[in-house]
Design a protein around this ligand. Structure first.
Ligand code: HEM
Length: 293
């Protein structure tokens, strides 16, 4: 059976694009409602959190784009292979260099939940390539949709330059009309050859992909709220690492990074330290007042 005849078997069924949208509706709401995404939407994400988010995305897109390359001629993926329009890895490298400086690759770390997501993408690309479209759909159509809202929020709340530095990830210079491109992408997904069982597996994989994203957000939230993470995204090890690494160093672009730091970034991350500082300043103010009288 040729690819076209298999593809035509789908005409009586609902389109894959509609089915994907429908079956991921609930998990999309769940993703939007994670603490991390809620902070993002409220413009409350710190620079440190944003940098960690970009670092995670770097590993995720490296895997996704490696596997897209591997499958670019495979009929189960080829119709949705759009490297010039969609690829994000190079954009993320640019952003990471902007925030961390030229040594960004040594500064970032792939945490557990991100690694789990990356492992799944590599597994799918190699052993179940017909499911790769589910991962591409979840990330790329998301970036072309809600991602565009998040771009504006990040720019405003983190005081990033209007010229777009640090926000390359959210920009798609290869796509002139986002809405039309999304239509084309959906049409290409609908042209993929598949039987009902494969379609069902793709829908399940898309939900799984959302859940893997949610786990990444939850991990980022945990890592940052527990103050266990240093400015460069590494888990803070006891003493030895604190002495050997320049954890408090501000990585290039030094001046802009410094000015973009939010008040939250400048305060110590543990509540006990914050309160000690506050009490110290209060005591000093009262002492100076008494002395002046
Ligand atoms: C604060 C977070 C988010 C907001 C505000 C947001 C918002 C939106 C909006 C407005 C759309 C367009 C809906 C439409 O055209 O009918 C959309 C679509 C989409 N979003 Fe999100 N989103 C968020 C997070 C996410 C996340 C974390 C993912 C996955 C990792 C994601 C994946 C998608 C996908 C795949 C679509 C395309 C749906 C389709 O047309 O089939 N979104 N999002």
């Amino acid at each position: 059976m040729t690819w076209f005849t298999v593809a035509s078997m789908r005409t009586s069924r609902r389109d894959l694009s509609e089915a994907l949208k429908e079956s991921t509706k609930e998990v999309h709401v769940e993703a939007e409602n994670t603490g991390f995404m809620k902070s993002f939407q409220r413009g409350q994400l710190s620079l440190r959190e944003f940098k960690l988010y970009l670092a995670s995305l770097y590993y995720i897109y490296s895997a996704l784009e490696d596997e897209s390359e591997r499958n670019k001629e495979n009929p189960v993926y080829a119709p949705v292979y759009f490297p010039n329009e969609l690829n994000r890895k190079a954009a993320l490298e640019k952003d990471l260099e902007y925030f961390y400086g030229s040594t960004w690759k040594e500064e970032i770390q792939c945490h557990e939940a991100t690694q789990k997501y990356v492992d799944r993408i590599y597994h799918v690309g190699q052993y179940e390539p017909e499911l790769l479209v589910a991962h591409a759909y979840t990330r790329y159509l998301g970036d072309l949709s809600g991602g565009q809202i998040l771009k504006k929020i990040a720019q405003k709340s983190l005081h990033l330059p209007s010229t777009g530095e640090g926000l390359s990830f959210f920009s798609f210079p290869g796509v002139t009309n986002i809405s039309k491109f999304k239509q084309l992408y959906r049409a290409r997904m609908n042209s993929l050859p598949m039987d009902p069982a494969t379609e069902e597996r793709i829908l399940e994989e898309a939900k799984k992909s959302f859940l893997l994203n949610i786990e990444v957000f939850q991990e980022l939230e945990r890592l940052t709220s527990q103050g266990r993470i240093s400015e460069n995204g590494h888990l803070v090890q006891p003493k030895t690492e604190l002495h050997t690494r320049g954890n408090n160093r501000i990585h290039g672009p030094q001046q802009s990074d410094r000015t973009q730091m939010t008040h939250k970034d400048m305060l110590p991350s543990t509540p006990l330290l914050r309160w000690t500082l506050v009490l110290f300043f209060l005591a000093m103010t009262i002492a100076v007042g008494l002395y002046a009288m």
